[in-house]
Design a protein around this ligand. Structure first.
Ligand code: HSE
Length: 343
């Protein structure tokens, strides 16, 4: 049995979802892959910082998180900064799930660099650092003999990146078209059924799909971050957020929705990455899709990507794109992938 010690940065929804996924799958992971994970340190901006070299029980962590405060947990240290935790916890991997900033990538990008430079593996669902610095972070990991996993940055635990990177690697992906943001797809689905934009947005917020500032969703920034990741990871591009031709859904009216219906079509916020004359182009914009297209029937907060390949034609992947457990699972799967490759 190989045991990996983990340090977590961030213990909000996704961090707790990760612990829940681990709790549910602990026994299976040990039996199936001969692997165990021990959380030895957590640092959360709001809940505080704890380090216990022998590891925490998953149940006690979830109970403490429910109170919003980790400080009552018996710990050897409870005043470490993230830097101190990365340097002092003796963890094999950093689980980086602090907040996302698509403009600077910070503070997550610095945490990830610090960990990789020490030869620690990193798994993250944080779009900021991967959208902004993927080529650099990938090289940094390679140079230090460790790995960085980021599957949950696109379509949460649905294996959108692994499918493109591994299983379709030889098929020649020329174009990707996807519904990459759950909040906007949820709003458009509600509007398609006659509901109002405002009411649907409030519901998406209540259901926990929307970003802290929903402008990130409805103006297309969240989807643009995912498009950059898909372009750079799957198509070898090196594009930036500013290279994405981006438009959100805020200008769509009920009249537009009805017009599309009368044409046998449906509005979707579509992220596209494609090679045009050898150059990778990326966009996020509302598109009227014919009802027969596989993406047209993807409703609610569900996400989907159609990979257009040279050898297989179109392959469409449909699955959850957000959610606590769904995103937490992505981290677990990245850790298992690291174990299977290097363990
Ligand atoms: N706000 C995002 C969405 C969460 O609605 O898809 C997942 O990145």
């Amino acid at each position: 049995m190989k045991t990996y010690k983990l340090a977590l940065v961030g213990f909000g929804n996704v961090g707790q979802g990760f612990v829940q996924a681990l709790q549910q799958k602990e026994e299976t992971l040990a039996a199936q892959f001969g692997v165990a994970f021990k959380i030895v340190a957590i640092n959360d901006m709001k809940m505080g910082s704890v380090y216990r070299p022998g590891g925490f029980l998953l149940d006690e962590l979830l109970k403490a998180a429910a109170t919003g405060d980790l400080s009552d947990l018996p710990a050897e240290a409870n005043d470490w900064t993230v830097k101190q935790m990365i340097e002092g916890a003796g963890a094999d991997a950093l689980v980086e799930v602090s907040f996302t900033d698509l403009q600077s990538g910070e503070p997550a990008a610095s945490f990830i660099r610090q960990a990789l430079e020490r030869g620690m593996h990193v798994v993250t669902t944080n779009k900021g650092p991967i959208a902004l610095f993927y080529p650099e972070l990938h090289e940094l990991a390679l140079g230090h003999g460790c790995m960085i996993g980021y599957e949950g940055t696109v379509m949460s635990g649905t294996p959108a990146l692994a499918l493109g990177q591994e299983l379709l690697a030889a098929a020649g992906v020329q174009r990707l078209q996807g519904i990459l943001n759950g909040t906007t797809n949820f709003i458009l689905s509600k509007m398609d059924g006659g509901g109002s934009y405002q009411q649907a947005l409030i519901e998406a917020q209540q259901l926990g799909y929307a970003e802290a500032d929903p402008a990130g969703d409805v103006e297309g920034f969240d989807a643009a971050g995912k498009v950059v990741i898909l372009a750079n990871v799957l198509m070898g591009a090196n594009i930036r957020m500013a290279d994405v031709d981006r438009q959100g859904i805020t200008k769509l009216t009920q009249a537009d929705i009805q017009q599309a219906q009368s044409e046998g079509k449906r509005w979707k916020l579509i992220g596209t990455v494609e090679r045009v004359n050898g150059v990778v182009k990326a966009s996020v914009r509302p598109v009227k899709i014919a009802l027969g297209h596989p993406l047209a029937s993807v409703g609610g907060a569900t996400n989907a990507i159609t990979y257009s390949t040279e050898l297989l034609g179109d392959v469409t992947l449909v699955g959850p794109g957000a959610g606590r457990l769904e995103t937490g699972y992505a981290l677990l799967n990245d850790l298992i992938a690291i174990h299977r490759k290097l363990g």
